[in-house]
Design a protein around this ligand. Structure first.
Ligand SMILES: [Zn+2]
Length: 366
């Protein structure tokens, strides 16, 4: 019993200092620490944080909470100052995107007036009420992951249709985020899927579509017969150096063809010196960003709609921050699901009923 209490109190204390360090970064922009803490603690105690829920639970003024979200727009840049202090060694950048369904958004009005709530859904292959987010996380040399941002974007097609004009395209944002990161971190690799091939060109690990044309086969290992192989899909399992086109130029990449549940995956690196196992290991680290997407959603990203882009962006960024705090807490407790974390909190609060008040008192909710 005593051990559990100590564990819980220590954890709460650590979370408080983690949250306060982040809140300090945004203080000068008028982001209230109290509102920030409310969002985080709601997520830890109950799960899905939203403006409505924190105002009900902690007596936060609804309008003020919305304003705070707006002030968090673009603050991922500021947040990198803190990450830079915490992560010293080389990092891998993982880039992906996720579609957040917004079933409650009034599609027609929002699309025509604001363009915020229609996007292409990859899962259901159609335009739906929802928002596409660019997601970026850092993986450090010890395998620790740190979400950087979740930024709403518009596809070129939507922009051409005159919809979503408040948004940047994904490619614009990737350039900005990657340049920011390169300037501050020792970036050894950038990993993303084949849909994003045009986004970045240096130190890339990614995947080629199987119908991709091979311009020249420079070498193959093992020394298999590859005569007549014109497309990536013609290659059997193995390692290759091939030339492919990228835009108007020709590049040389190291390609690893590897069997994966029946079909073959074609993973490549623009750094020819990497071994096949290094390339595949980095490729597999993409799993971390899938986990991040799931976290964002189980922490309530899809529950709220906003008419203002700044608030939408702030809300998504806030959830990225919460995802990291939640993951850190889980790691310290040695548990693997968010549900278990809630159970732990619920259990401790049940035994030590006064702790919620201690937390509230500590963060001056009353
Ligand atoms: Zn869908």
């Amino acid at each position: 019993m005593f051990e559990l209490e100590t564990k819980f109190k220590r954890l709460v204390k650590e979370i408080l200092s983690e949250v306060k360090d982040i809140a300090k970064l945004f203080k000068r922009s008028g982001v209230s620490e109290k509102i920030f803490l409310s969002f985080v603690f709601y997520a830890l105690l109950e799960g899905r944080s939203s403006v409505m829920r924190i105002s009900r639970e902690f007596g936060i003024n609804y309008e003020n909470a919305l304003k705070v979200l707006g002030k968090l727009e673009g603050k991922w840049r500021k947040y990198l100052e803190l990450l830079k202090e915490q992560i010293k060694g080389p990092v891998t950048i993982l880039i992906d995107d996720t579609f957040s369904h917004k079933p409650y958004a009034r599609l027609r009005n929002s699309v025509s007036n604001f363009g915020n709530y229609a996007a292409w859904c990859n899962e259901h292959k159609r335009f739906e009420a929802g928002v596409s987010f660019l997601t970026v996380i850092l993986v450090d040399s010890e395998g620790g992951t740190s979400p950087v941002c979740a930024l709403p974007y518009a596809s070129r097609r939507l922009l051409d249709m005159g919809i979503g004009k408040e948004f940047n395209t994904k490619i614009d944002m990737v350039y900005e985020v990657v340049n920011y990161l390169k300037f501050r971190f020792n970036v050894k690799r950038i990993v993303f899927d084949s849909r994003s091939e045009k986004l970045v060109t240096d130190n890339v690990i990614s995947e080629l579509k199987s119908n991709r044309r091979i311009l020249e086969l420079v070498s193959a290992s093992p020394n298999v017969d590859v005569e007549g192989c014109r497309h990536v899909k013609d290659l059997p399992e193995g390692e290759y150096i091939i030339k492919i086109s990228r835009g108007s130029s020709v590049i040389e990449v190291k390609l690893v063809a590897v069997k994966n549940t029946g079909s073959i995956n074609y993973v490549y690196s623009t750094n020819l010196k990497l071994s096949a196992s290094e390339i595949l290991r980095e490729w597999k680290s993409r799993w971390n960003i899938e986990k991040f997407h799931r976290d964002l959603k189980s922490l309530g990203l899809e529950d709220t709609s906003f008419k203002r882009r700044d608030r939408l962006e702030g809300f998504a960024f806030l959830h990225a921050l919460i995802a990291r705090i939640v993951r850190n807490a889980m790691r310290k407790l040695g548990i693997s699901s968010i549900e278990e974390l809630h159970e732990f909190f619920e259990h401790c609060l049940h035994i030590y009923g006064g702790l919620l008040n201690i937390i509230k008192g500590e963060v001056r909710f009353t």
